[in-house]
Design a protein. Structure first.
Length: 243
């Protein structure tokens, strides 16, 4: 085992996620394209971490690796003190569904189902009876301001409402971590601010951990910590608020 990984594991109880010397390489003809070049990130429970940087810096790649949607070429990701590289494919899918929520730039709601039914699907994937969690699901939609829209299908909801449903869906399994990739990319300024306010409120109420890729400086100023990536490396890191 890598000595740095071994040492980090001994003290990992204070972190919900650790990315250790993460690299990501892609073949590009006779060359190798190195998108990430040795990233080290530790994330504390209840933290809002924002990742910024220019296009092509590796932000989304890093987020996908953190969320176990992709594997690092080199390095390790530890979530809740578990080395994700040790999981088999079916195991990692189950682990991801239970422990990680995702919000993307596009909501990815299933068009044939209502907002309430879209929230039920992650529960059903876990083999649970949706009826046992109906109250919790309804409460989440109420929490994001959609108590009167839960029976509506995606085509009947506005862009801001669709992203609020996506946030509620990310929280439905009570995950350890929520990862968001440009969640306001398709929203206007007003709806972007409303979504940011919602994330801040959920973080304060539930102590939910968020990692968010965004270009929005305004939201970065409201996070706990901001990491700037440049050319696959961490260029700088700053604490915005005291946890």
């Amino acid at each position: 085992m890598n000595k740095k990984i071994e040492q980090t594991e001994r003290s990992s109880s204070r972190y919900i996620l650790e990315a250790i010397q993460v690299e990501k390489h892609y073949p590009s003809g006779p060359e190798v394209l190195k998108v990430l070049k040795g990233i080290d990130v530790n994330i504390q429970p209840g933290e809002i971490l924002v990742i910024m940087g220019p296009s092509g810096a590796g932000k989304s790649t890093l987020l996908h690796i953190m969320g176990t949607l992709d594997k690092p070429t080199v390095g390790e990701v530890i979530i809740d003190q578990q080395r994700t590289s040790q999981f088999k494919e079916k195991e990692i899918a189950a682990f991801r569904n239970k422990n990680i929520g995702f919000v993307f730039q596009f909501h990815y709601l299933l068009p044939e189902f209502t907002a309430l039914e879209n929230l039920m699907i992650p529960r059903m994937i876990m083999g649970q009876d949706w009826k046992d969690h109906l109250t919790h699901t309804e409460e989440l939609l109420n929490e994001v301001g959609l108590s009167r829209r839960m029976s509506h299908k995606p085509s009947q909801l506005s862009g801001g409402e669709l992203q609020r449903v996506a946030v509620a869906r990310a929280l439905v399994n009570n995950p350890k971590l929520v990862l968001a990739d440009e969640p306001t990319g398709n929203l206007d300024t007003q709806n972007s601010q409303a979504l940011f306010d919602l994330i801040l409120r959920l973080n304060e109420k539930y102590k939910q951990t968020f990692v968010i890729v965004t270009h929005n400086e305004m939201f970065a100023g409201q996070a706990n910590r901001v990491i700037h990536l440049l050319d696959g490396r961490i260029e700088d890191e700053k604490i915005v608020q005291k946890l």
